[in-house]
Every structure is written in C-alpha cells, then in structure tokens.
Design a protein around this ligand. Structure first.
Ligand code: SAM
Length: 278
C-alpha cells in the first residue's frame, strides 16, 4: 500500500493498493506522468507492446478533450462541467481549458480511483471553481445526490457531462448507457454530452488495443461507430458528428480535415462526439 498523499487534507487520506494496475495510473504512465507505480508501468508496457503508439493515442485523446471543452465554453456558452472519469491531473485539464476562456467556469471532477482526489486536491488548493469527488459512474444516483456536487453546480442551468475515455472500461452487459441516461435526464435542455471512446472499424490495431486492455486491466473494449452513437442516447450530435479524434474539430467542422486514409493507424483508435440535449 502506498503512503497517504494529502498531508494537509481534512479527511483521512485514502490508501492505495499499488500491487494492481489501475487505469487512472496506467493512463498517467502512458502520458509520461509520475503518479504511477511499478504495476501501472507494467500495464503501460503491455499497451506499448501491442500498440507502440499508445502514448500518442493518449495525447491525442487529451487534445480532443481540450478541443471539446473549448468548443463547449466558447461556442456553446457552457460554464458548468461534470467530468466523470476525469483521471489524474495532467498538463492541461478541463478546468484550465475552460477557465482560460471563462474564468468563472465551474468544474466537478469525478473519478472512482481515490488517487485522483488526492492529487486533485493539491492541484486545486487555490481554485474555488473546481472540486474533485470520488464516486462511481455505475452508481449515478449517488452522483446526483452528492451534496458537494449539487452545491457546486447549478442543475437549473445547462451542464456539460463529460464521459471522455471511460466508456471502453465497461462491458455492454453493465449497461453504461443507462447510468449516463440517469444523469442526462436530470440535466436541463441546453446541456451537452461529450464522449470519446475506442472504436472498431475492423482495423487490426484497434483489436490490438482491446487485447492490451484485456491483458493488463481486464477491460478496454472496442465498439463499432454505430454502437458508440447509441451512447449519445438519441440526442443530436453537433457537427462534425462522431469522428476520429484527428478529424474531429467541432469549432471548425468544415476546416482542413485530413482524409481517413491519411491518418496513421494509431489515429484510428479513438472517436469523439458531442451531443446537445434540446
Ligand atoms: N477522462 C480522462 C481523459 O480522457 O483524459 C481520463 C481517462 S482514463 C483512460 C479513465 C478514467 O476513468 C480513470 O481515471 C478511471 O479511474 C476512471 N473510471 C473508470 N471507471 C469509472 C467509474 N465506474 N466511475 C468513475 N470513474 C471511472
């Protein structure tokens, strides 16, 4: 077990089981971060064995996250974010991308891995507009009933729900769409749903990514674009719709978009989309 990490926090710091990899820490290792342990670095090595450019996939996913947040603040006028499966803090995070454009934007980070809370507290010690909560997407009602969250965000105004890079961890049998629907049902019209996910368009490297996840973490499934579209619960997608990360730019959907054939194989592993609740 690792030593507790938030020395000046009012709550007892959680203990971490460092003998098993967690996706938050494996992802951190792939992004070149330092908040990971030997088992996580082994997990990252498994990813790199199957997908040598897995680190670049992770970086592209972070770039897409920032593009999506910038669109939501600048173009859609959103100033409240519920970022579930937020991961460990890295170079630029949701609150930084949002508050660069609107300093009053409020962000709630939710992650089931308590290490995210410990590290988030340190990062956010001086940021009153952002909080971190440990909670599980599979218990959506607990998220909706969480007083810290309902005090920080105003549920009578639009909120962007972010499910970025986390759907792949759930098997369809677990009914992740129902969890997301429970939350979206409580958001007012004008709210948004932002998703990135592993895709299956029949390419070997996509299957290799799935294999790496199953071997290192026991999850990390890929899905067809049609199935990912269902994650948006029938809500209309904003242009350009669902697309590979490198082609996806909601602020300039008609811009200089590379052809799919010109993308590197590693650039065809994740897709992104944003839907609006009317
Ligand atoms: N959203 C960030 C991004 O895209 O850069 C981080 C993605 S990381 C691959 C997935 C995160 O989802 C991890 O931090 C993991 O702990 C979290 N996660 C996985 N299952 C979860 C659940 N059921 N509830 C909340 N968080 C979860």
């Amino acid at each position: 077990k690792a030593a507790p990490m938030a020395p000046d926090s009012p709550d007892p710091a959680p203990e971490f089981d460092t003998s098993q990899p967690t996706i938050a820490r494996v992802y951190d290792a792939l992004l070149g971060g330092k908040d990971n342990f030997a088992a996580d670095r082994e997990g990252a090595a498994t990813y790199l064995k199957y997908v040598p450019d897995a680190g670049r996939c992770a970086i592209e996913n972070r770039e897409a996250l920032i593009k999506g947040v910038q669109y939501l603040v600048r173009t859609a006028g959103i100033d409240q974010f519920l970022d579930i499966g937020s991961g460990l803090p890295t170079q630029k995070n949701t609150h930084q991308a949002a508050q660069e454009i609107n300093p009053d934007a409020k962000v709630v980070y939710v992650d089931k891995d308590p290490i995210v809370l410990a590290h988030g507290r340190a990062l956010l010690a001086t940021n009153n507009s952002t909080i971190v909560v440990t909670a599980d997407l599979s218990k959506p009602q607990e998220i909706l009933d969480n007083k810290e969250i309902t005090t920080h965000l105003d549920f009578t105004r639009p909120i962007a729900l972010m499910i970025v890079g986390i759907h792949m961890h759930f098997h369809d049998d677990e009914q992740p769409d129902e969890w997301v629907r429970t939350i979206m049902d409580q958001l007012v019209p004008g709210s948004y749903l932002f998703i990135t996910d592993f895709v299956d368009t029949g390419e070997p490297l996509q299957k290799a990514m799935e294999q790496a996840g199953l071997e290192s973490l026991g999850n990390g499934w890929i899905r067809t674009p049609e199935r990912i579209t269902e994650h948006f619960l029938g809500l209309p997608l904003v242009p350009p719709g669902l697309d590979f990360l490198a082609r996806w730019f909601p602020e300039d959907p008609d811009g200089d978009v590379p052809e799919v054939e010109d993308l590197q194989p590693y650039q065809r592993i994740l897709m992104a989309g944003i839907a609006k609740k009317g």
